[in-house]
Each structure stands twice: as C-alpha cells, then as structure tokens.
Ligand binder design. Sequence first.
Ligand SMILES: CC(C)(COP(=O)(O)OP(=O)(O)OC[C@H]1O[C@@H](n2cnc3c(N)ncnc32)[C@H](O)[C@@H]1OP(=O)(O)O)[C@@H](O)C(=O)NCCC(=O)NCCS
Length: 369
Amino acid sequence: MITVESGSVLVVLSGLPGVGKTTLARELARSLGAPHVRVDAFETALGLRATSARDGDPTGYRLAHVVAGDALQSGRHAVVDAVNPVREARDGWRALASEVGVPLLEVDVVCSDPELHERRVRERTADLPGQVVPTWEGVTGRPAWRRDADEPAAVVVDTATTALARAVVELRARVDAHPEQVAVPASLLAPHHRFGAWAVRGEPEVVLETERLVLRRWREADLEPFAAMNADPEVMEHFSSGPMDRAASDGLARYADACFEVHGFGLAAVERTDDGAFLGFCGFGRHRRRPEAVEVGWRLARHAWGHGYATEAGRAWLEAAPGIGLERVACYVTATNRRSLAVARRLGLVVEEEDVWAGQPVVVLSTRP
Ligand SMILES: CC(C)(COP(=O)(O)OP(=O)(O)OC[C@H]1O[C@@H](n2cnc3c(N)ncnc32)[C@H](O)[C@@H]1OP(=O)(O)O)[C@@H](O)C(=O)NCCC(=O)NCCS
C-alpha cells in the first residue's frame, strides 16, 4: 500500500447524466486546484459508448483511476466525475482511496425536479470532440440510479434546490476540514435554518458579543495564531489526532467558518474586546460521530486559560440556542479533560452517558435534563 501524508482527498461525484455533475465537478475542482477527472472524456476519446461501464467495459474508469491516483500521490486532491452506475464502479473508487491511503468523499448528485432534469438533458450539447450526448429517452431508459443498502452513505447534492456556489462552498469545507471530517455520512446539504440577523453590532461578521469577548466570523489574520494554538501539545493533549500542522489547522478554520453558511451556526473565532487578541474558537458544530446532534465546543490558546473566557463564550452560545431553534445541545468530552468538563459543568450541562470512543473514555453531556 502506498500511503499519502499530504491530506489529499479523493472526491467522487456520481449520478445520472444531466443532473449537473460536470458543472459542479468543474467548479469544485477549480476551487480546490485539483484535476477534474471526467470519465466520459476518457470514454469519448476511446470511442466507447456512454453506457460502456454498465455494459461491462470499464476501460474509461481504469484510465480515470490512473489519473486520479497520480494526482493523489503527488499530494493533490482529485475530483472524479462519473455516472458510477454499477456497484463495481463505486467499489473501484473505494479501493483506490484505500490503496493510496486517502479519505474518500462520496457525493451523489441528483436533480429532484424531473422537468428541470429533462430540460437539461434535452438542451445539452456535446462539449468534447466526438462526444455523443445522451438523449432523455436514454437517461430514463436506464435502471434507476441507487446505492445498495450496504454501501457507505454519501453526501447528497440536489442541483434542483442547491445553488452551485453554495454546493461548492459546502463540499470544499468538507475537503478542507481535518480528514476525519470528510467521512461524516450525514448530508451537510440538508435544509437548514439560519439566524435571521447575526449582526449584533451592525457588523455582519459579529455573531455574538459578551462582556469581554467578540465571537465573530473568521479572518485570514486568525490563521497564524490559530495554527500556533493547534500546534501546542498542551492544547491538543486530549485529541487523539495530536497537534495539527498548518494545513490541517487552516482547513479547520475554513470548515469552522463555512459551517455558518451551511448550518447558520458554526465555530466562531473568539476575540478579546480589550486588545483584539485572537483567543481561539467557541461555537456550535455537528459532531462527526453523531451528525444529527449539535455540539458546543471550545478551544482556547494556552495563554487564554484561567480567565473564564470559555465559560463566558459558551454561555452566550447556549443562551442563543433556543433562538436558532436548537432544543438540545450536546457536549462530548474526553473523560480525562478536566478543564473542559469543568466548563461544561459551569454551564449547567448534565452528564447523559459515558462511552468509549477509539479506546478513550468519553463523557456525553447535554443541555437537556
Ligand atoms: C477547555 C478549555 C477551553 C478550558 O479553559 P479554562 O480557562 O480552564 O476555562 P474557563 O475559560 O471557563 O476558565 C475557568 C478558569 O478561569 C478562572 N477565572 C478567572 N477569572 C474568571 C472570571 N472572570 N470568570 C470565570 N472564571 C474565571 C476560573 O477560576 C477557572 O480557573 P481554574 O480552572 O483554575 O479553576 C481550555 O483548557 C482549552 O482550550 N483546552 C484545550 C482544548 C480542549 O480540550 N477543548 C475541549 C474539547 S472537548
């Protein structure tokens, strides 16, 4: 097995012709600086029919594997765009990701509006030399596209209801995040609610304000102190992944901020009002193991401990929770993380259960009695 250490991610977009895969893949690849590995381009160049994979000729897919594998091994992400109509095709990408040692982000692209889908297929013109574009009859004559029950769940993008730019931001946030975030099976693209007005002081980037702190959206200038904090072994003592490198830290910051676009809440940057110092983050996110739950989280630079800042920021978030429709907020803390447990208790969270994750005892607390 060849292992890549670079944090590359294999992104695979699957779905029927005409759902908008290629447009999305092209934009996502551009945003990530990754090659757009388009299986129908290989099939067209080889003179194969668009249905060749379904008919048992995987040559186009084999070539795409080589190109995607090559990009991943040179430390880049790869964005694959393929119908992936049969189980073998989908399993092939899983095997490639595991062979190269990178996380796989599977995305099912659908168009829930049949009229729109039909119009897209009928209006589509060839954009590759020699390409034969599928007809609507050809698309509807195919077996329904679906995953088998035992296949991993994918993120679903419905191009009938999701703007292209938003889908790119959301998928990019997945890719940019620490690789562990990539594998979260629930759809980030589910309908969500938003805070009507985030602005507290009339500044759109301010999320909440407390006596001593401003909780706000992220800025480029935060990345450096954030990376220093995430590289500190004392700050990262209770995370099994250990201290983070700069790329992972920048990815986490982008993810934290993108959450606001996706969910309407996120992990806000914490700034001290007095001197504008960046202290860390505090806010709401979705837990990677329990994406149905909203979790409150905090992480502050070592110099900011011992002042009550985490409790102050966490309290502001919990007070805001009912206003954004959150009935229950959970908190997952490693049982040995005494300081974090103390914050949770000061905030009135109650222990719901004790569990063991990845060999570590974990305490689950929540706002619900
Ligand atoms: C978890 C973490 C945010 C807690 O920070 P913290 O400073 O201990 O927590 P608070 O901000 O609530 O501060 C409480 C401390 O400040 C003191 N304090 C000083 N002035 C205070 C004030 N005005 N109000 C309240 N407390 C004050 C309290 O007495 C308490 O001190 P103590 O811990 O010595 O008893 C911090 O340890 C951290 O970032 N850890 C690494 C990341 C992490 O583990 N995150 C949690 C993952 S689940």
